[in-house]
Design a protein around this ligand. Sequence first.
Ligand code: SF4
Length: 296
Amino acid sequence: MLDYMNLCRMAQLARERSISLGALVLADQAEQMETTEEKILETMDRQLTVMEQSAEKGCSATIRSMSGLTGGDAWKMYERACRGVSICGDFCVNAITTALAVAECNAAMGRIVASPTAGSCGILPGAVLTMMRKKKIERKTAIMALICAGGIGMVIANKASLSGAAGGCQAECGSASAMAAAALVEMAGGTPQMALDAAAMALKNQMGLVCDPVAGLVEVPCIKRNAAGVMIAITAADMALAGIQSVIPVDEVIEAMRDVGEAMPCALRETAQGGIAATPTARELTRKIFEKGENK
Ligand code: SF4
């Protein structure tokens, strides 16, 4: 059985067996859950379908969250992608659109896959669905990449946290970016070590990110952090695929993220009392949202 506390050891095992991280996790999970690999693949296929559906639902000019704070931004990005004028290019603008769409679907109470959480649900689909569409990656490969991402997420959950309330947004969006970066590397045919380097680089670049949702709602700044999170994942994956290594091993990066999260003051851990949530505009929006709720 795998030790989901040690990603470096997992990569070593995958290397010794000449398999991907995803394949290593799949075989182990089938054994641990006393099921077949086929059954797990079927489950992950359904998760991928939900991701596709939420990306489609969220990319709408008219979608709005219950608070009225957010909605329609994925559509604006989609229109920009269609015009072919984006600064960051076709692949990235599509990844941003998808990440925004899934996160906006979540804010509008639509069905999403928490990957690893609802607040960070756009990052992994932004990476995986865009690879499928733009790089013609097969569905089976995408499903294996989701399993690889799941393995990374399990280790982060065991060694640190995936919760904004416990570890700040670095634990949610940072972890999602790490998972997406590893998934991108696997989909591109990189080695297990490259996947870990990508995960480490993605997580390092969100180290210290606070959790500060306006009015306590998973909308602002969460939705746009999903867009930025997928871009960090893409950058980290391409760096790793180029042979750039993380100087600090991924397991140590995760431990550092845990320590930073524990050092964060309460106001910056999903209490909506600090950061963006404490700005004058955020306070005014909060007052209006709760006033509207009371008058209903
Ligand atoms: S700011 Fe907080 S609630 Fe929003 S995505 Fe980040 S961790 Fe989640």
